[in-house]
Every structure is written in C-alpha cells, then in structure tokens.
Design a binder for this molecule. Structure first.
Ligand SMILES: [Zn+2]
Length: 448
C-alpha cells in the first residue's frame, strides 16, 4: 500500500568505511530508536556536517552516529535507511541490556536511529511534524508495529540518557504523545483510516480567551502554532468545528478570521465577557473543580516518568551532587525512615515502589499547600516534581507559591521556578546546570 510522501529525505552520506559508518548492512530492521541531539539549537545539517567532518578523526571510543536527523527545515539521512539499503549505525551503547531483552539483538545491529533537533531557532512544531512522519514512514518501510517498535533512547539506557523525552519536552511535548502521534500518522498516511473531514459550521461571534491560548493551523494539537494569545484577548470567530481533536474530552474548536483554530475549552463566550471572572481561571470541565475536589488530583504517569528521568536510576548507593547518599530514583530515605548509606543495593522493583510511595506522599503535601487554589494536571505535575526535588518546606516559603496563589497563569511563575537552580556543593551554594534544566522543564510543563 502506498504511504503518503509528505516530506522528502535528503541523502547526505557519511563516507564509508569510516569511524562513523562501517558500511555493514542491517539484514532485518527490527525497531526504531527515537533520539534527540541533546544539543539545543543544533540543526540537522549542522549535525550531519559534524559527523562527516569528523568521520575519520573522532576518537575510537566516541564513534557515535545515527541514520537520520530531523529539524524544521529538512530530514537528512547520513547513514542509509530509507534512501539506500539499510546499514548499521552506532547510536546505543552495546552493553545496555534492554534491547536484547526486548528484541534479542543489539540496537546498533538491528535498529534505525532517528535524531530530533530542537531548541534555538528551530520551529518546534515543524520539526515535530517531520519527526513523527519519518518515524511512521520507517515503520511502514520495515513492516514494524507502529504501537510497539518505536523505543526511546532513555528507555534502553536509563542511567545515561533522557532523550528524546527531554528534547520533546523543550518542544512542549511528551514522549507518550510522540508514541501516540506516530501511530496516528502511520494510519493516516496509509489512508487506512480516512481522515474525517472537519465539519465547519458558519456561525460567527466574539470570544475571549480565558487563559494563554495557542492559535493553531488546524483543529488539533498536532498542527502548527500560528500565534499564542494572552488571557483576555478578544477573538472574532467565523466558524465552529465540532469534531476536532478532543482535548479533555472536548472536540469543539473555533475558527478565527484567518482560518486558524482555537480550542473552545480555553475560551469564554461573548455573553460572559464583561462579567467579572473569579481569580481561578477555568479552561475545561476537568479544570472547573471545586476547592474540595482539588484534593483528588494525583500525579499522573507523565509526572512519575518525568521525575524518574530527572532523578536517574541507580541500584547501588551513590553520593548526589550535594554529597548525600542516594539510591534508586533519587531516594535518600527508605519507607521505614532509615537513611541510605554506602554500599546499599536495591532491586528495580524496590526502586519503583520507593519512588511511587515518595511521590505520592509529596503530592498529598502539595495538595495541602495549594489549597484552595485550583490548578491543572500539568501544573500540578510540575509542582510535585519541584517539591520532590527541593522539598515541601521550600515550596511553602517560595515566591513560586505566592505567585500561584494570586494568578496561576502569571508569566512571572517561570522565573520563580528558575530561582531554584542552586545546590550546596562542598559547603558552597552554586548553580547546577542539571537543576537549571530541570527548572526550565518544570516551568514548561507548568505552562503546557
Ligand atoms: Zn540518543
């Protein structure tokens, strides 16, 4: 069956044989590894040029490569996968066990590595569209399972890697959303699931944004963000789509005068404009909880996964940057309150249980501290991650909490997250790059 060729691939091969391209064939492609470059602002062209320039000079111990680089402008293949007979590339450490557990092979011998370029001047939406498409295209080419055969690098090498989750988060997307979008793209490009045309009615009127709201090219969250409106902006609408993408179970999108779309959950209708709004802004039924109901908010899988990624996983005790003995996913005390000490070891199961217990306990404290303010799930997730990392006492006395109590959409909240980027190292309070990035990502999660 024909697959929709939405984009073109540019072959720009690394010379072979070289330290970045052996030229050895992959006999059967078994899965795809989703990466990001880990280097914000670096482009597909820039990365491939670097690989080509250093293909014979890179130290043997660092001979990394990948097949495909994707940014907002192009999809470049530097080791053949789709534009030639697939060859091996070195994009996952041979010694990690997960690829063998899942597929009985090493990723380098049987998987195509695809790198997502993000950050800097790269248009996140356009790069994401191409990334999702090329993954779907590869799935089709090698007859893989769209629901199972895309594997994040962090999943294979959890102790060293967080890609592509970190790169995607910088583009305001989660790894789970990527997996979902690839499946959808695959069926859409196959024409298997005819795309239901969005039915547009011709009603017109005026709306006001209740929150900071993205204006998109189509009535779905996969499409390009054309513009972001501040809370309280007025929008004249020329039509309504009632079968757009369901966000919080609400499929209604409004079309503006330029033919772009705004999700109805972020809008207030004309009749209510002018009536004073409560401090707590609501954007969807899920968010119109009463103060009493807020206590039912719990960290979701996204939150747990984010904390896992950020804390990293070690099954033997180690000293963290501040010199505190740590084990598992950043655990410093066991459930019976004993502190972690040198030479302790635990199992993966124990690490999971410890993490979940601690996140849950922390989340209940966050609920208590927030009360009676109502926040959205993503905002809540970000605050739980924050409290897990810096402690509930710190959250309580923070500018962050003070701002949230006044207006949950205040842009100053981002800076308030960023204030917490320091740790005690050898008795001195110093800025830590990892904390800076974590705060950035928590702030992005908060506003997503
Ligand atoms: Zn990677």
């Amino acid at each position: 069956m024909a697959f929709l060729e939405k984009f073109t691939l540019t072959p720009r091969y690394i010379p072979k044989p070289s330290r970045r391209r052996s030229g050895l064939p992959i006999n059967r492609v078994r899965f795809l590894v989703a990466h990001d470059t880990g280097n914000p602002g670096s482009t597909a062209r820039g990365n491939v040029s670097f690989y080509i320039d250093t293909c014979n000079t890179v130290p043997k111990a660092k001979t990394a490569s990948a097949h495909i680089f994707v940014d907002d402008k192009e999809i470049i293949e530097c080791v053949p996968a789709l534009t030639g007979k697939p060859e091996k590339a070195w994009h996952v450490l041979y010694k990690v066990p997960k690829d063998n557990e899942l597929y009985g092979v090493n990723a380098n011998d049987a998987a195509i590595g695809v790198e997502y370029c993000f950050g800097g001047k790269i248009d996140a939406d356009k790069a994401y569209e191409k990334y999702v498409w090329v993954l779907a295209r590869l799935i089709h080419e090698f007859k893989l399972d769209p629901a199972k055969d895309v594997i994040g690098h962090f999943f294979l090498d959890p102790q060293r890697k967080t890609d592509p989750a970190t790169g995607l988060l910088r583009s305001r997307r989660t790894y789970d959303k990527l997996l979902k979008d690839v499946v959808e793209e695959y069926f859409e490009c196959l024409g298997d699931k005819p795309v239901v045309p969005n039915e547009l009615s011709n009603e017109t009127g005026t709306l006001q944004t209740a929150v900071r709201l993205n204006v998109r090219s189509k009535p779905n969250t996969k499409s390009t963000i054309v513009q972001t409106l501040a809370a309280g902006a007025t929008v004249d609408y020329k039509g309504i789509v009632k079968n757009g993408e369901k966000v919080n179970n609400n499929p209604v999108w409004y079309m503006d005068a330029n033919g772009n779309f705004l999700w109805s959950g972020g809008l207030v209708l004309e009749e209510t404009i002018g009536t004073p709004k409560p401090v707590t802004k609501t954007t969807s039924p899920a968010e119109t909880r009463s103060a009493a109901e807020i206590n039912v908010l719990r960290p979701d899988d996204k939150c747990i996964d984010f904390i896992k990624m950020k804390e990293g996983l070690r099954l033997d005790a180690y000293k963290d940057v501040a010199g505190v003995w740590t084990i598992g996913y950043g655990t410093i005390r066991y459930s019976d309150n004993r502190v972690v000490k040198a030479h302790d070891t635990i199992t993966l199961d124990q690490a999971e249980t410890l993490l979940k217990g601690q996140v849950l306990r922390k989340s209940l404290e966050v609920n208590a501290v927030l009360n009676p303010v109502v926040v959205r799930q993503n905002q809540y997730n970000a605050l739980v991650s924050f409290a897990y990392n810096v402690g509930i006492g710190a959250l309580k006395k923070s500018t962050l909490l003070r701002l949230i109590k006044v207006d949950q959409e205040d842009p100053k909240i981002k800076d308030a997250f960023m204030m917490w980027n320091k740790a005690h190292v050898d008795g001195m309070l110093v800025e830590v790059e990892g904390l800076k990035i974590r705060r950035q990502e928590e702030a992005e999660m908060y506003f997503s």
